[in-house]
Ligand binder design. Structure first.
Ligand code: CMC
Length: 431
């Protein structure tokens, strides 16, 4: 961290405290309160971490006001247009775009780790037939620590590297098998002659009786969905991975924790919730009714795929996703898809509505991703597993960064205690 030439003064009663201010390379200054409790005996209060930087990082930068998302400095729209997922993985993991030789080596490494330990098949079979694929993924990724003992020592840089490659390489197989299991079809094994996205599509849609010809436009759209979800700085699931890792837990346990957190409808579950909402709306004439519900303080309904903790402007990922939706639906000959029609009209009406303008609520990445994934043939239950697959590289990059950080210590938030003060135990007969 750079030296802190600036400071803030905090006055509590008769005492004043100097708090160092760190200036980032981009974004707002950060007041360093690490010594505050030791010096002043007070905690800070910030539920939801709305004003708190939990770490320093060099991976991803978001300017929510301007709608900017940078990975290692590169804008997401340029990466989505010119790069591809495995190159973005390399960038996130190692900090720079790879040379042609480095990329080839990295892709070959990932491709050669896509198979799962065969005994994991029995692990899948232990799940109920109708298990949600996210439940299966949480369990299977956690179970990897029982299958890959030789990459669980977080203090060994080589083992950390092997665990990282294994997780990125095996996640499409894990997600595709979770899907296959949930629909009662045999598992399809990965094929090394296919690229990352095509391999995933084939493992989801081929059956032993009939192979699946991967359409390059669909494969490109799939790759773009992976790229757009690859990392998003200190969001809830990434912070969960960091917090789990701060105790020294192994990488598979930490990523399983991230998957569990991602599942919630306010986070990765929003794409499933959004498509279900668009279908419930059903036709454009019902949109005003749902907008009115979203604005009603007494109704818990929210417009799914709208709003974001950080973006108070367009989510730059949503713009690319909208273009992709048009391309994919045109390719599949479903440009007149009623769900897409509802999505576009809902976006238009919400953006014209003062409620959404005042609260700076714009479409987020999940608003159009569900429309694309459904058109590709995925059921809604697979939307969040695809998000988890894509975000794995972000979780791992942040995990690796954290382990290499000398400031790293176990995460232990404080609290504002509002419960009873000490009181004597009362025997049950006297209560
Ligand atoms: N529809 C209607 N009103 C909303 C919405 C929405 N989608 N989102 C926020 N608001 C209102 C909210 O009621 C509140 O109003 P008031 O100030 O009058 O109480 C105000 O806007 C601020 O909301 P908040 O809940 O304090 O904001 P937050 O930053 O804590 O929440 C959010 C962010 C993403 C959880 C929220 O916008 C939301 O629930 N959106 C729908 C779910 C969704 O699409 N999530 C995907 C996020 S992007 C993918 C990811 O990162 O995982």
């Amino acid at each position: 961290m750079a030296d802190a030439p600036k400071s803030a003064t905090l006055t509590i009663g008769d005492n004043t405290y100097d708090l160092p201010i760190h200036s980032p390379t981009a974004g707002p200054d950060v007041v360093d309160i690490r010594k505050l409790y030791g010096q002043a005996g007070v905690f800070t209060y910030d539920p939801g971490f709305t004003s708190t930087a939990s770490c320093d990082s060099t991976i991803t930068f978001i300017d929510g006001g301007e709608g900017v998302l940078l990975h290692r400095g590169y804008p997401i729209d340029q990466l989505a247009e010119k790069s591809h997922y495995l190159e973005v993985c390399y960038l996130l993991l190692y900090g720079e775009l790879p040379s042609a030789a480095q990329l080839e080596e990295f892709e070959s490494l990932v491709t050669n780790h896509t198979m799962l330990h065969e005994q994991m098949v029995y692990f899948y079979r232990g799940f109920r037939r109708d298990a949600h694929p996210m439940a299966i993924m949480t369990g299977v990724v956690g179970a990897m620590s029982a299958f890959y003992h030789d990459s669980t020592d977080i203090h060994d840089a080589h083992q950390r590297e092997v665990a990282s490659i294994r997780l990125i390489a095996k996640m499409p197989t894990i997600a595709a098998w979770a899907y296959k299991f949930s629909i009662g079809q045999p598992f399809i094994y990965p094929r090394n002659d296919l690229d990352y996205a095509s391999n995933f599509l084939r493992m989801c849609f081929a059956v032993p009786a009939e192979d699946y010809e991967v359409n390059p436009i669909l494969s490109r759209a799939m790759d773009r969905i992976f790229t757009l979800h690859a990392d998003h700085e200190q969001n809830a699931s990434t912070s969960t991975v960091r917090l789990a890792s701060s105790s020294g837990a192994n990488p598979f346990a930490c990523i399983a924790a991230g998957i569990a957190c991602l599942w919630g409808p306010a986070h990765g579950g929003a794409n499933q919730a959004c498509l279900e909402m668009l279908k419930e709306i059903g036709s454009v004439d019902r949109i005003p009714e749902f907008i009115a519900r979203a604005k009603d303080k007494n109704d818990p309904f929210r417009l799914m795929g709208f709003g974001h903790r950080v973006y108070k402007n367009f989510d730059p990922r949503a713009t690319v996703m909208k273009q992709s939706a048009d391309e994919v639906l045109e390719l599949l000959g479903v440009e007149n898809n009623p769900v897409l029609a509802v999505a576009k009209e809902l976006e238009k009406q919400a953006l014209e509505d003062p409620y959404f303008a005042e609260k700076k609520l714009f479409p987020n990445v999940d608003f159009y991703s569900g429309v694309i994934l459904e058109a590709m043939g995925f059921p809604t239950s697979m939307f969040t597993p695809i998000f988890a697959l894509s975000r794995t590289v972000g979780w791992i990059s942040q995990w690796k960064e954290m382990i290499g950080d000398p400031q790293n210590k176990i995460g232990r938030p404080r609290q504002l205690y509002l419960g009873e003060t000490a009181r004597d135990y009362v025997d049950i007969e006297s209560r």
